[in-house]
Design a protein around this ligand. Structure first.
Ligand SMILES: Nc1ncnc2c1ncn2[C@@H]1O[C@H](COP(=O)(O)OP(=O)(O)O)[C@@H](O)[C@H]1O
Ligand SMILES: [Mg+2]
Length: 230
């Protein structure tokens, strides 16, 4: 579903990604694990179109994403939950969830919102509350609901556990499992390998803008442990 070949991302003189190649198959959940500065967000942001790639190729569903706007990528079926959640703090929960649905077919969005309300009761309970009155964990639920409000085929999740207490890591994990049950393909990043490895099919270990290892959860668990990501 997603094929990234020799992707290079640079910020001025800083090379954030050196020729990174990864693949995500339909129906899989794939993890990019690595410490701060490894290049995880740069990769996610290149896929959604927030940072330009210097070279390399990103293909989604057989289409080359080069030159396509973020909105066009979203319309193709890519959902995005940014690092640090970045909810619109003064907007209500409902407004946050609806904010990414502009330009998407109304009927499909309506049907999907019913699923979101059922799956994430918080979205109903806190519908009118400004997002900045919510806890970090609650905001992450809102960010997830917003990211899937258009029923994306591929969901990009950048560090969904960042700064959250264990109870919220569990709840966010449950929410991710619901999305998996629904058939959503997921590419997620984390520094915290232990809870993330419980959710995924495969993982890539990133460091200094490169993929250092890739493999099944079992193969990666040992590496991640050795590299102290756990
Ligand atoms: N906007 C930016 N301007 C300059 N350097 C950046 C910017 N964003 C990220 N970097 C650098 O790129 C590298 C990779 O960062 P990032 O992709 O954010 O890693 P991660 O998400 O794994 O923490 C780091 O060295 C970081 O300092
Ligand atoms: Mg990051």
């Amino acid at each position: 579903m997603l094929t990234i070949e020799s992707l290079k991302v640079r910020y001025g003189g800083i090379v954030a990604l050196h020729e990174v190649s990864i693949e995500v198959q339909r129906g899989e959940t794939v993890l990019l694990v690595g410490s701060n500065g490894a290049g995880k967000s740069s990769l996610i942001n290149a896929v959604i179109g927030l940072v330009p790639n210097v070279s390399g190729r990103i293909q989604f569903d057989g289409r080359d994403l080069a030159g396509m706007s973020c909105a066009a990528r979203a319309r193709l079926g890519i959902g995005y939950s940014p690092e640090g959640r970045r909810v619109f703090s003064s907007l209500s929960v409902t407004e946050n969830v609806l904010s990414s649905t502009l330009g998407h077919p109304v009927a499909k969005v309506g049907e999907n919102l019913a699923w979101i309300r059922k799956t994430f009761p918080l979205v109903v309970e806190r519908a009118r509350q400004p997002a900045n009155q919510l806890s970090g964990g609650q905001q992450q639920i809102v960010a997830l609901a917003r990211a899937v409000s258009t029923m994306p085929k591929l969901l990009l999740l950048d560090e969904p556990f960042l700064g959250l207490a264990p109870i919220w890591i569990e709840r966010i994990s449950d929410a991710i499992r619901e999305l998996q049950r629904r058939g959503t393909t997921i590419l997620m990043t984390e520094q915290m390998a232990r809870p993330a490895l419980k959710l995924v099919d495969r993982a890539y270990v990133m460091r200094s803008g490169e993929i250092r290892r890739s493999g099944t959860v079992e193969e990666i668990r040992g590496v991640a442990l050795a590299e102290e990501y756990l």
